[in-house]
Design a protein. Structure first.
Ligand SMILES: Nc1ccn([C@H]2C[C@H](O)[C@@H](COP(=O)(O)OP(=O)(O)OP(=O)(O)O)O2)c(=O)n1
Ligand SMILES: [Mg+2]
Length: 981
DNA sequence: ATCCTCCCCTAC
DNA sequence: TAAGGTAGGGGAGGAT
């Protein structure tokens, strides 16, 4: 629920660039222990609790709990005779330890007022833990919950209103400190009772929100308030003073005009935001390319006019990118600066602010960013995105020129006019950058010389725009992009795989690898692309996840099969602002959200799209952070997001804003800490289409389960493809059917409604995930998350061996050596066999048994809820323990150390080499590991086996070869990669 | 297994 | 004194 957002780009001064900032960035990277994480998650409680199954690990057993829970629910329902205000509606609480008032009294107070009580600590349900004190271990365990003192309940009841829990948090200082601020807590109630006019269901979150949150700083620490308001500016009406906790000078009039609360802020801001422009332009240029293609009858509609993209044989891809685009284009109107270091940015040196330098609050240097700088400036170390202050240090002679957004767009259109006319296929990448498939045109018109074509393109663009582009050429997108980097500035470069491998690139040079992935890889000693090539797939996966590892593996070898995809439909419409966001109270927050929603609706409207769900994104000032590094910026933040279904497909801003307001309340963020707000609308459909025909196409069948909870009457978006009534479909006019097709393809490109050919609807069976961008796994790949350990696994194996042959290595013997057997035999199974099974597998079997026979499981010893006695049902044996082993096992072992021990004992016990069955067994195991995607373990087992057999009978080498081979067959099939020991 | 939500990351 | 926006790939972990 909560993430960190610190220097997610090179924005903050903490991460401003250059070689030195690796260190700084590391230091500035906040810990991942987000204390808000669970707190927010806990807010995410369905209004009506379903019978969620608590994890076995928590305590006791499911059936036990469920029974109790049902009883509790009945009890609680009965108790909710609404004779009291339901001030605790939505609160799900758990009481820990000794309390005053007693558990019983607290429970009564809470339940009578709408709270719900859980005996156990359900991570997904409990919203508050009530406790007077915590043991060390509990403190640790509960760190991510809202743990409040009982006084919170008592005072809330007394105040007939849910009080802010924070003030009663047990983590919020000692009891003495708590008691000291108590009066304030209660006094606040009336003053801040109901400032927001949200009328809807009086739930706890709204109340707790409006209570106290937007309060100005308390007197003792509120000096900023007085200090800033008494500053030179004309006095502002008291109720319009901006809360300025960090001396940002927010109340100066010219600053106030740059806060999101100022009227018309969004459009003014967007008009000046380069990044907003980039984003908009990207979509516009994609449209423009599609439009050009259509107008020329070039593309998919009429494939004869042009060859279309290369299919099924080797391609020639070009990546064309303007050199320092903004600078080049802006210099058209500043030709006298062409030979100087130049940057494009907002504030020009000469124009000093009208408010000019009076000390105190000013930022030391420009935190304005350089959008683009020319190559001369780069020779000083200046980079795109850098703060001006830093840039002018590096390059004192740096000249600046202002943005000329209109020029950029004009130049870009000219550029696209040219390349679309030439290329077989064009994918707009950005305002200044395109990918071209030129396979055919190079062959047919340039005698196979891509370089010649590239020079032609460069010449034409230069003639038409006076700006230079560089061109990279390669057999795939990857190579073309890397080639472009080499080509710049003002050049052409062609790259094949062989050349790539010889380049000695750093990981960061691969597209999709940013500073984070670079760091992760680097921490494992992977610094260059060659290191990736040498790394095992298992290691890569453990660093960055499965798909990313596959991508890296390919990229490091120059392999990239991604096709150009110029026509991928947009999946989301979003809007976000993270500058000038300083909100003094809940009303301002709600209002800003509404403005943003209006904005996103505007863009959806323009695209004739409506949405079925919305996500609200908030950046929240991270605890302990003060004034951001960037003027009016967001600074180091935690990111939160929460989504909800909309009431039916809609593009109506009022409806969407209403949902967003609720989401905002649920997120429970102090408005003073909001530093950025974003809205995304997804689950899109065509507004026209939906209004016209969407509903009548659905067969009268209930749709598939919807993930998102929604507020009221759900109207599903498009019916699923299989639900379409084809007879209706076929009656539709051609244009509508085309649109339908597009709509469905946007959901799943493989869907073919058979519209043009009037075939029945079908979904192509072939689904091929595209290799693509790269992220870093937060954690290593797990041990096979939902392992489906084959039922077929032959547990008879131990007994199936000839006992009398002792010279050969025997796995079972090895196993006996390392395992201390204990415990009981459950049932029908031959007791000898059972006794020889390792603990873990016995557990597994017992679990299976319990499940299939639907008998009641029994609490495990390690459950901390000791109340469930070990009800060992007579002959049935022990049930499953808390530790559920999932993933392949070798003779009951799954942990690396155990498996190693087993292997070692196996090898050690031999003189003549292993049994074939045992080799097969180990082969099964390693193969299963690979199938379960646990390459790290597989690799370890193989390597360890190799290590152990060193100097042993040659039969062992054969055995290793067999096992390795089996693993490699699978690994090859899955990852086009094999184990190199 | 696959989906969903809530993130994180990257790119321009 | 500045305009730190956004789409999309993908991962973790829970739900189904
Ligand atoms: N941090 C950044 C990066 C880029 N841009 C804008 C300005 C750039 O001119 C344009 C294109 O980005 P490029 O990455 O292509 O950079 P340039 O075109 O400026 O330089 P070059 O392509 O020669 O490296 O995007 C920006 O505003 N902020
Ligand atoms: Mg460029």
């Amino acid at each position: 629920m909560v993430g960190r957002d610190d220097m997610s780009r090179d924005g903050d001064q903490e991460y401003q660039l250059g070689p030195a900032d690796a260190l700084i960035a590391t230091v500035a990277t906040p810990s991942r222990s987000g204390t808000n994480e669970v707190i927010i998650a806990l807010e995410h409680v369905p209004a009506v609790s379903n019978a969620a199954v608590p994890g076995f690990g928590d305590f006791g057993l499911y059936f036990d709990q469920r029974k109790r829970k049902l009883a509790e629910q009945a009890e609680q329902r009965a108790a909710i005779a609404p004779k009291h205000d339901q001030i605790f509606a939505g609160v799900v609480f758990h009481i820990n330890g000794y309390t005053q008032p007693s558990h019983y009294e607290l429970k009564l107070l809470l339940v009578e007022r709408g709270g719900r009580f859980l005996h156990y600590l359900s991570k997904t349900q409990v919203t508050h833990i009530i406790a007077s004190g915590l043991t060390m271990s509990k403190e640790k365990e509960f760190r991510n919950y809202k743990v409040v003192r009982p006084e919170w309940v008592v005072d809330s009841v007394r105040a007939r209103k849910l009080l802010s829990w924070q003030r009663y948090s047990i983590f919020n200082g000692s009891y003495a400190e708590f008691a000291a601020r108590l009066p304030l807590a209660i006094d606040d109630v009336h003053e801040w009772g109901d400032i927001n006019g949200e009328p809807s269901a009086g739930n706890i979150l709204e109340n707790s929100k409006s209570e106290g949150y937007s309060r100005p700083p308390p007197a003792p620490t509120g000096n900023s308030f007085a200090a800033t308001s008494s500053r030179r500016q004309a006095p502002v009406p008291p109720n319009t003073i901006v809360v300025d906790r960090f001396n940002e000078g927010l109340n100066r009039s010219w600053v106030r005009k740059n806060l999101v609360t100022d009227k018309g802020f969004i459009s003014r801001y967007y008009a000046s935001s380069r990044l907003h422009h980039m984003s908009v332009w990207k979509a516009e240029m994609k449209d423009y390319v599609a439009q050009l293609n259509q107008r020329r009858g070039t593309h998919s509609s009429a494939k004869d006019a042009k060859p279309g993209p290369a299919m099924g044989y080797s391609r020639t891809i070009m990546h064309v990118d303007f050199d320092c685009f903004f600078v080049s284009a802006s210099l058209l109107s500043h030709p006298q600066l062409v030979d100087r270091p130049v940057a494009v940015c907002h504030m020009q040196q000469q124009e000093l602010a009208d408010d000019g330098g009076h000390g105190a609050i000013e930022h030391p240097g420009g935190t304005g960013q350089i959008a683009s700088c020319n190559y001369l400036a780069r020779s000083f170390g200046v980079k795109n995105g850098m703060f001006m202050a830093q840039a002018s240090q590096l390059c004192p002679s740096l000249a600046t020129v202002p943005y000329e957004f209109d020029t950029y767009k004009r130049v870009s259109k000219t550029f696209y006019d040219i390349v679309t006319e030439i290329a077989d296929e064009t994918q707009a990448v950005s305002i200044d950058e395109a990918l071209l498939d030129v396979t055919h045109v190079v062959h047919q018109q340039y005698q196979g010389s891509a370089e010649a074509l590239a020079q032609h393109i460069r010449r034409r663009v230069l003639e038409s725009t006076q700006c230079t582009v560089s061109v990279g050429i390669g057999p795939n997108i990857l190579l073309a992009r890397i080639a472009t980097a080499k080509a710049k500035p003002d050049g052409v470069r062609s790259l094949n795989i062989e050349q790539l491998l010889a380049m000695g690139l750093h990981t960061r040079d691969l597209p999709g690898i940013g500073h984070t992935v670079e760091e992760s890889l680097s921490s494992q000693g992977i610094k260059r692309v060659a290191d990736i090539r040498a790394a095992s797939m298992g290691l890569l996966q453990s660093i960055c996840g499965e798909k990313t590892a596959a991508t890296l593996h390919s990229f490091s070898r120059g392999v990239d099969n991604r096709p150009l995809e110029p026509d991928k439909p947009r999946k989301v419409f979003g809007v976000e602002i993270g500058w000038g966001v300083r909100l003094s109270n809940q009303h301002e927050a709600d209002d800003f959200v509404t403005r943003l929603v209006e904005e996103v609706c505007r863009s959806m409207e323009a695209a004739k799209r409506i949405g079925g769900a919305v996500t609200l994104k908030i950046k929240k000032r991270q605890e302990g952070q003060g004034k951001p590094g960037k003027f009016l910026g967001h600074g180091i933040c935690d990111s939160l997001s929460k989504s909800a279904m909309l009431p039916g497909m809609t593009g109506d801003s009022a409806k969407i804003a209403h949902v967003c307001a609720k989401l905002l309340l649920q997120m429970n963020v102090d408005p003073l800490d909001i530093r950025a707000v974003g809205i995304q609308v997804h689950k899109l459909a065509s507004s026209k289409l939906h209004a016209d025909v969407g509903n009548m196409l659905a067969k009268p069948r209930v749709g598939q389960g919807e993930g998102l909870k929604q507020c009221s009457n759900l109207l599903p978006e498009l019916p699923s493809a299989s639900q379409l009534d084809l007879s209706v479909l076929n009656e539709l006019p051609e244009s509508i059917r085309q649109e339908l097709q597009a709509a469905y393809q946007q959901i799943n490109p493989k869907i073919d409604l058979g519209l043009s050919s009037r075939k029945p609807a079908s979904i192509s069976p072939e689904v091929r995930p595209q290799p693509s961008k790269i992220g870093v796994a937060k954690r290593p790949i797990s041990d096979g998350i939902n392992a489906t350990r084959g039922r077929s696994r032959k547990l008879v194996f131990p007994t199936a061996r000839p006992k009398d042959v002792a010279e050969k290595a025997s796995l079972i013997d090895a196993f006996r050596k390392i395992e201390t057997l204990d415990s009981i035999m459950p049932s029908q199974m031959d007791s000898d066999v059972w006794r020889h099974l390792p603990l873990s597998i016995r557990r597994e079997l017992a679990r299976e048994y319990v499940k299939t026979s639907a008998s009641k499981p029994v609490a495990a010893a390690s459950g901390k809820e000791a109340n469930v006695g070990a009800t060992t049902s007579a002959a049935k044996g022990n049930g499953p323990a808390n530790v559920v082993v999932s993933g392949p096992i070798l003779f009951g072992k799954h942990e690396v150390a155990d498996v190693r021990a087993l292997i070692k004992a196996w090898v050690d016990s031999s003189e003549l080499g292993p049994y074939e069955e045992d080799v097969a067994e180990v082969g099964d195991y390693v193969e299963a590991l690979v199938k379960h995607r646990n390459l790290l373990k597989a690799e370890d087992a193989l390597k360890y086996l190799k290590f152990c057999i060193d100097g042993e009978h040659s039969a062992w080498a054969d055995a290793l070869a067999v096992v390795l081979d089996r693993a490699n067959v699978i690994c090859m099939a899955m990852y086009s990669s094999s184990f190199g020991l």
